[in-house]
Design a binder for this molecule. Structure first.
Ligand code: ADP
Ligand code: MG
Length: 354
């Protein structure tokens, strides 16, 4: 997906020639250029499995050692966040919140607090479309294990536990409380985006001048390639496997896509997938895919799921209303809608221009 595909190489910066000419003019030298050191840049790209998905980290840095360290520390950050948020890890902070007796405040680290606070905010913006309290319902659909269609009675029994209003945050004490019995948080719709943000910050702090953090389709970038090139990313076509709907070049931005083709299955002629409408507790039906481009991955990831549930009309109205948020919505009939700020930035393959 990313333009640079090679595992590791050293880039000799093209600006060296310009610096050379300047030095010559200033120094008034006559015979041949003086020996000006050519700055070189290292490019390191590595992939590992984390958070149940393929994570690819790319770093550009002044030296190979710095780029290597940025990537290694980036992976360390992802492992740390997985330890905080995974519901597969009983000692994680999210598992502790879920296991606590109703009404018990659980103290969490700042990144977990921010994650849940932002999820509450996005729930409000998407008129309840985004809802991290769907945990028990996501499990009833067996989306991360054995997919199945739960009965309407089973879903109705779970309804009282779907209650964003019963997530209580105390910013002073940095605690999270779930007030209703049976509640469980599922941060699958936002966690990878925020993990991409925090990992990018770690890589920057380690000295990377540019980076791409990709947790499957949740991607955060900063900086550019040494020649000034931005990072091109493909948006997957929701109905054509391995086909790109459009490409876009990112610069200090994040991109995230929610699609009805992920963790999906067909039963008795009906297509079921993993993005659930909190109102019906059934897969949301308004879109095939929603791609959000934002400054931060936490917004891109949270909003792609929430806008998907809102559907194409209200979803695009929200995208247009939010500053620094752009999007591409493929509606249930396959029509492609592009937000106003993306016009001219997307490249469509010749046969797929909307
Ligand atoms: P991914 O990047 O893994 O494809 P998405 O951002 O598309 O994830 O979010 C889908 C995941 O979010 C589901 O697998 C589930 O865990 C959770 N989820 C499903 N429906 C909702 C919803 N309405 N609001 C918040 N999270 C949801
Ligand atoms: Mg999402």
């Amino acid at each position: 997906m990313l333009r640079a595909q090679r595992g590791r190489w050293v880039v000799h910066w093209g600006m060296a020639g310009v610096l050379l000419a300047g030095a010559c003019l200033l120094g008034g030298c006559g015979s041949g250029p003086p020996p000006v050191p050519r700055p070189s840049y290292a490019f390191v790209k590595r992939a590992q499995m984390h958070m149940g998905t393929l994570v690819t980290l790319t770093a550009v840095a002044p030296t190979d050692a710095v780029a290597q360290r940025a990537v290694a520390e980036g992976f360390r950050a992802i492992r740390y966040l997985e330890g905080l948020w995974s519901t597969w890890i009983p000692a994680s902070e999210v598992s502790k919140i879920n296991a606590a007796a109703p009404g018990t405040a659980v103290a969490v680290s700042p990144s977990t607090f921010t994650l849940i606070a932002r999820a509450v905010e996005i729930a409000g913006l998407t008129e309840g479309g985004f809802d991290i309290t769907l945990g028990p319902v996501v499990d009833a659909w067996g989306m991360s294990r054995e997919p199945r269609v739960p009965s309407p009675a089973e879903l109705e029994r779970l309804r009282p536990s779907v209650a964003m209003g019963a997530v209580i945050l105390d910013p002073e004490r940095q605690t999270v409380t779930l007030r209703q019995p049976g509640m469980r948080l599922d941060i699958g719709g936002i966690g990878k985006g925020y993990a991409a943000d925090l990992t990018a910050e770690v890589m920057r702090a380690q000295g990377a001048t540019a980076a791409v953090v990709a947790l499957a389709g949740d991607i955060r970038t900063f900086g550019t390639m040494p020649d000034g090139a931005r990072f091109p990313v493909g948006i997957r076509h929701p109905r054509e496997n391995n086909s790109v709907l459009a490409t876009i070049e990112l610069h200090d931005e994040a991109i995230s896509t929610a699609g009805d083709y992920e963790r999906a299955f067909e039963q008795d002629g009906t297509w079921y997938h993993h993005i659930l409408d909190p109102k019906t507790l059934q897969p949301a039906r308004g879109c095939q895919s929603v791609t959000i481009i934002a400054k931060e991955g936490i917004w891109a990831d949270g909003l792609d799921t929430g806008v998907f549930v809102m559907g194409p009309e209200r979803g695009m109205a929200l995208i247009e209303a939010l500053p620094d948020v752009e999007g591409v919505i493929v509606d249930a009939d396959g029509n492609v809608q592009v937000s106003s700020g993306l016009r001219g930035r997307l490249q469509f393959p010749p046969t797929k221009a909307p």
